[in-house]
Every structure is written in C-alpha cells, then in structure tokens.
Design a protein around this ligand. Sequence first.
Ligand code: NI
Length: 175
Amino acid sequence: MAVIKILRMGHPILAQVAAPVDLFPSQELEQLVGDLWDTMRALDGAGLAAPQIGVGLRVIVFEVADNPRYPDAETVPPTVLVNPHIEALGERMESDWEGCLSIPEMCGRVPRFQHIRYCGYGIDGAPIEREVSGFHARVVQHECDHLDGLLYPQRIPELRDFGFCEEIEACSSGE
Ligand code: NI
C-alpha cells in the first residue's frame, strides 16, 4: 500500500466514466483500496475515488472522524464502496462548500441532494445499503461524481461561488 500522487483537474482520466468492478474479492482490489486509504488519510481527505489515483474503476472510499479539515462535520464511518449507486430521497437540495483533492486550494458552493439512499458492495463483495443525509450524503455524491467523470465545479450554478479557500472564509480545503 502506498500514498499515490493525485491527478489534478484537467487530467483526462478524471473526465472519463469509470468501469464497474466485475471480480471480487481480488488482490488487485485490495491493493487499490489500500492505496486509496493511505492516500486519502495522508492528505486529510474525507473521501477519494479510484480515478483520482489514475485507476478507472468504480471504487470509492470515505470517512470522517476528527478530521482537521472538517472540525464540525458529523462522523462518517470508514466505508469502501464498489460499484456504488445513489438514489435521491425527495427533491430537497442543500448548497454548501466543497473542496476536492484534485483541485487543491480551491472550493465552491455546490447544491447536493439532502437525503439519499446509496448501495454498493464492500471489498469482500458483501452488499451495503444506507440511507443518509447532510454531510455524509454530500461526500458520497461528490465521490460518485468522480466515477462519472464529473468534478464539483461542473455542479456550481454560479461561478462566483468558486474560488481560493484562503479568500473564502466559509470553506475548507480537501475532499
Ligand atoms: Ni473530489
């Protein structure tokens, strides 16, 4: 396992639709997930998607526990999600500041569904299904966007709500 260099906005892999994982458990998947955790934690991220370390597979990891970048955020248990699927529960959207490890030092105000149900598989192939809201729901929507080649600036309705974190007091950096 290793800390991998994160691809930044503009790299073509970040704009591609990632492929589903069709074999698990596998050594390759375990290696990939280990690299995702090591890289995410080294940078105090809340989540990371496989394309961000150059792997075009539908795998994400996320966790929020005493994260210095998100001191007020609710706790999100460490989760590996393979081939995730999201369903919005209700129409309600909430706008809040987001950052991304692929877009260092920037942040933007992004509308996301407030309540979602997500499902997918763990690293061992066991199904996972959860209903979540708030920051947890935001992180999962952000990471799943990476699997469809979308970065958060593409979700910002007003480009004036996008800028450098140091200039925008309300936002924090990181995923
Ligand atoms: Ni991101």
